[in-house]
Design a protein around this ligand. Structure first.
Ligand code: GLU
Length: 510
């Protein structure tokens, strides 16, 4: 058989912000599609109007675009298999429901919610299936005339799938191998509701996979129980020879224990579980996202890719292109992946550190503009400044607190550092230091440092006190990158002006 063209779909329901687990599902679909030069479809599964949330679809599009997860066919992109939004496909589904009814593979059921509730009370673990359906009110148990009369009388009904009991149903899953379950444990799923004139998720999802010629159904583990229905419905429609391959991805687990990662874990432990910030339109409740928390999309993609998959060697840094080349279901784990948030931070740190200095400076500019007039500083100056502190940051927003002294001279001096380092004789030392510095070429960092060290050693001064006093005048506190890397960037004039100001303004604590 000729190799099948790879067509995969990410099929979210717009019921709120896209969870980070959903993002990983989208990512794996995308990687697989790109690797096989296939097609990535974004299908919006919005047949459940009671759960529809305005803004959720836009959120999904924005999140995927931010992360560089490209879509080939979808609501915005168009394509030959549309519409890509299920609420716009009602007419299509109606025909398929009729097809099953005509073939006797589905039936009409009139049971009211109250009647079903009553049954559940009477029969423990009640399930609507072959063992109970003849005791219910449906087109199999009632005479044909009565069924007709009920329908003509406008009685509400649903269409249920008639699951034949006692059959082994095998789902071929590329991670889990063959998963076989007996059809007797399945219930007669509702496929269509007359009241809404809409199919349920089950029918729409499966019919669309067929019509959109989906080759691989790649989705979260929680959908594994629906997979046998997928198989049975494909068979019932006569589509068995184009059955998609299944891939049920491992769950994302809480960082500190068992169970599925939830929004509450994020709130409790202080990390986002959504790609972007989100404000619930009804409750106004806000949820934080990776983008606004200062993550680089490349770092998020790298981190997510490794939650449930590994490259088979010890590489940790993988670009989107690396992932597209090396991704494979063979290296996906069956067991859940613990969500290690510290690792996400570490990835961001590493990505920032390896970012091109000039690019980092450009990203920093808008944040810098919140504090100073950026036009006073050349791109080269900002670039040189960020290069000295980038190994100290986890997020872009950490740049300002670590680099502020390049852009504003200190007006206050850390009291604790002053107490420790500013002695009675410090002003005198600093005056001598100015003279030494005046004779140096600041671009020669080692030479400047050597001259200062020679002066300290030659006079038997306390190196820690002198150097920290110098740092106090220039930075305002006793921390930061190498002293002479800083002075090289600030330049001689600014450095000496700051030391002079320190001599005037810093008073010993005692
Ligand atoms: N609409 C389902 C969801 O929200 C789709 C599951 C699937 O991929 O089949 O996850």
């Amino acid at each position: 058989m000729a190799e099948r063209k790879v067509r995969v779909r990410f099929a979210p329901s717009p019921t709120g912000p896209l969870h980070i687990g959903g993002v990983r599902t989208a990512l794996y679909n995308y990687l697989f599609a790109r690797q096989h030069h296939g097609t990535m479809i974004l299908r919006i599964e919005d047949t459940d109007s009671t759960r529809f949330v305005p803004g959720a679809e836009d959120y999904i599009n924005e999140a995927l675009a931010w992360l560089g997860i490209g879509i080939d066919e979808g609501v915005r992109e168009g394509g030959n298999y549309g519409p890509y939004k299920q609420s716009e496909r009602r007419d299509i589904y109606r025909d398929y429901v009729k097809q099953l009814l005509d073939a006797g593979k589905a039936y009409i059921a009139f049971d009211t919610p109250q009647e079903l509730e009553q049954k559940r009370k009477e029969i423990k673990n009640f399930q609507y299936d072959a063992s109970t359906r003849m005791s219910m009110r449906n087109s199999l148990s009632l005479p044909a005339e009565q069924v007709r009369a009920l329908i003509d009388g406008g009685e509400k009904y649903v269409v249920r799938f008639k699951v034949e009991p006692g059959r082994d149903v095998t789902v071929h899953d590329l991670i889990r191998g063959d998963v076989t379950i007996n059809s007797s444990v399945l219930d007669d799923k509702v496929l269509y509701k007359k009241a809404d004139d809409l199919p349920t998720y089950h029918l729409a999802n499966i019919v669309d996979d067929h019509l959109m010629q989906v080759s691989h159904v790649i989705r979260g583990e929680e959908w594994l129980p629906s997979a046998p229905l997928h198989v049975l419905l494909y068979e019932a429609f006569g589509w068995a020879d184009t059955m998609p391959a299944f891939v049920h991805l491992p769950l994302l687990l809480k960082p500190d224990g068992k169970g599925k990662l939830s929004k509450r874990d994020g709130d409790r432990l202080g990390f986002p579980v959504f790609p972007l910030d989100w404000t619930d339109p009804k409750t106004g409740e806000r949820s934080s996202g990776y983008r606004e928390a200062g993550y680089l999309p490349e770092a998020v993609v790298n981190f997510l890719a490794l939650l449930g998959w590994n490259p088979g060697d010890d590489r940790e840094f993988l670009s989107m292109d690396d992932l597209i080349r090396d991704f494979s279901f063979d290296h996906c784990s069956k067991s859940g992946a613990k969500f290690d948030f510290e690792k996400a931070k570490w990835f961001n740190h590493e990505y920032l550190m390896h970012m091109d200095d000039a690019a980092l400076a450009q990203d920093f500019k808008p944040l810098l503009a919140e504090h100073v007039d950026v036009s006073q500083f050349s791109d080269d100056y900002i670039t040189a400044a960020v290069a000295t502190v980038k190994n100290r940051i986890n997020f872009l927003k950490d740049l300002w607190p670590n680099a502020h002294f390049y852009f504003e001279a200190p007006t206050e001096y850390n009291a604790k550092d002053v107490r420790k380092r500013w002695k009675d004789d410090t002003p005198e030392r600093m005056t001598e230091l100015i003279e030494i510095l005046n004779a140096q070429d600041f671009d020669n960092v080692e030479g400047t440092e050597q001259a200062v060290m020679d002066w300290i050693d030659g006079n038997g001064y306390h190196k820690g006190n002198v150097m920290n006093a110098m740092r106090l005048t220039i930075v305002g506190e006793c921390k930061g990158p190498g002293m002479f890397d800083i002075t090289k960037i600030l330049g001689k004039q600014e450095t000496i002006a700051r030391i002079k100001r320190g001599i005037e303004n810093i008073k010993p604590a005692n």
